[in-house]
Design a protein around this ligand. Structure first.
Ligand SMILES: *[C@@H]1O[C@H](CO)[C@@H](O)[C@H](O)[C@H]1NC(C)=O
Ligand SMILES: *[C@@H]1O[C@H](CO)[C@@H](O)[C@H](O)[C@H]1NC(C)=O
Ligand SMILES: *[C@@H]1O[C@H](CO)[C@@H](O)[C@H](O)[C@H]1NC(C)=O
Length: 334
């Protein structure tokens, strides 16, 4: 029973081993390197320790390891950068690995021809154990033309007294790499990815480049700085703004005064016009005038009324006389 279990376990392990197979892990997918620098491509592999043939478990042993450039399989006589079978390998490519599990490759004095995809191939004592992982490692080689200098202010023209920070940039990080600076081909004492230039003078004008200290040949594209004599541009801007503001203020005050004067003059002219209006056109004013004439006529009326009153009185006297006549006539009738 126990033997039977062991047998099942054994065949299961065989199956597992066959499924797992051999593999190669490129521990970085891509890297970037400056021309002339050293770059390491970390790599580990797991070879198959055996293969099955005719129900037999045949052990495998790695007999050859190869690194090649821009080839998918690296097999046979494909040109390689490193071949464990050769003694004529280019010393720039150093195999730091072994034939068991470490396949690390180091490239020294990186050249533009190293801008490629590198692949590792293992070959065993039986072709069943040969394997190339086609994923590979991408090496991007950065030369001087890929290095750029950026001005912190985005401009390259300055007035003396101003300051600027120049940044040396590239697609590669400068991680632990020393950067040197040059003006018109002469080395500056400052180092590091940023160059601080404060209180600029005309002497700071020139063509600036940055480079790797380890490889002065890898120089950036130059940037031209122009420093002009005179107060900083900022001061000019501030003065210009102040003058402009004062000018606008003066114009506004003048316009205000002019408008006020014009309004005062217009108001005086309007008053005389109004008076004329009251006399000529204004109907109510005319009515008032007529009323005034009527009231003056009333005086005449009063005298007229009094005349009429007198007349009325006279009339009443006549009526009274008439009444008395009637009365008298009645009296006479009696
Ligand atoms: C091939 O390499 C890639 C990247 O290292 C890895 O993810 C993958 O598992 C590898 N495949 C084999 C079969 O080794
Ligand atoms: C492979 O070897 C190199 C150099 O000896 C070492 O730095 C690296 O850590 C090793 N890698 C692995 C996965 O063992
Ligand atoms: C700086 O570079 C410009 C072109 O960008 C060139 O005309 C000029 O002569 C250079 N100046 C110096 C001092 O090298």
């Amino acid at each position: 029973m126990r033997l039977y279990d062991e047998k099942i376990l054994w065949s299961f392990m065989l199956l597992l081993a066959g499924a797992a197979g051999q593999n190669t892990q490129y521990l970085i997918g891509s890297t970037c390197a400056f021309g002339g620098s050293t770059v390491t491509l970390p790599c580990s592999f797991t070879p198959s320790s055996y293969f099955i043939e005719g129900g037999q478990k045949i052990p495998l042993k790695i007999v050859r390891v190869v690194w090649c450039k821009n080839h998918l399989i690296c097999h046979g006589s494909t040109p390689s950068v490193y071949d464990s079978n050769l003694t004529t390998n280019d010393p720039r490519y150093e195999y730091l690995g072994d034939k068991q599990r470490n396949c690390t490759l180091q490239i020294k004095s990186v050249a533009s021809s190293d801008d490629a995809t590198f692949r590792f191939r293992m070959e065993a004592n039986n072709s069943e154990g040969h394997f190339t992982n086609q994923t590979g490692v991408n090496v991007m080689v950065v030369g001087g033309t890929q290095m750029r200098i950026m001005s912190s202010s985005g401009v390259t023209e300055f007035r003396s007294g101003q300051s600027v920070s120049l940044q040396c940039r590239s697609v590669c990080s400068f991680y632990h790499l020393e950067i040197t600076w040059m003006r018109d081909g002469h080395a500056l004492s400052e180092t590091g990815p940023a160059l601080q230039l404060s209180s600029l003078t005309t002497k700071d004008s020139g063509n600036y480049t940055c480079a790797l200290k380890t490889n002065i040949g890898t120089q950036s594209v130059p940037i031209r700085l122009q420093v002009e004599e005179g107060p900083p541009l900022d001061l000019f801007l501030i003065l210009g703004a102040v003058f402009g503001f004062l000018l606008v203020l003066i114009i506004l005050v003048l316009v205000f005064i002019l408008i006020k004067r014009k309004r005062a003059a217009a108001a005086a002219g309007h008053q005389t016009e109004l008076r004329e209006d009251m006399h000529s056109n204004f109907l109510p004013a005319e009515d008032a005038g007529q009323q005034r004439t009527e009231s003056s006529q009333e005086d005449g009326d009063v005298s007229y009324a009094s005349v009429q009153f007198r007349h009325k009185k006279h009339k009443r006297q006549v009526e009274e006389a008439a009444d008395s006549i009637i009365y008298s006539s009645v009296a006479t009738k009696r």
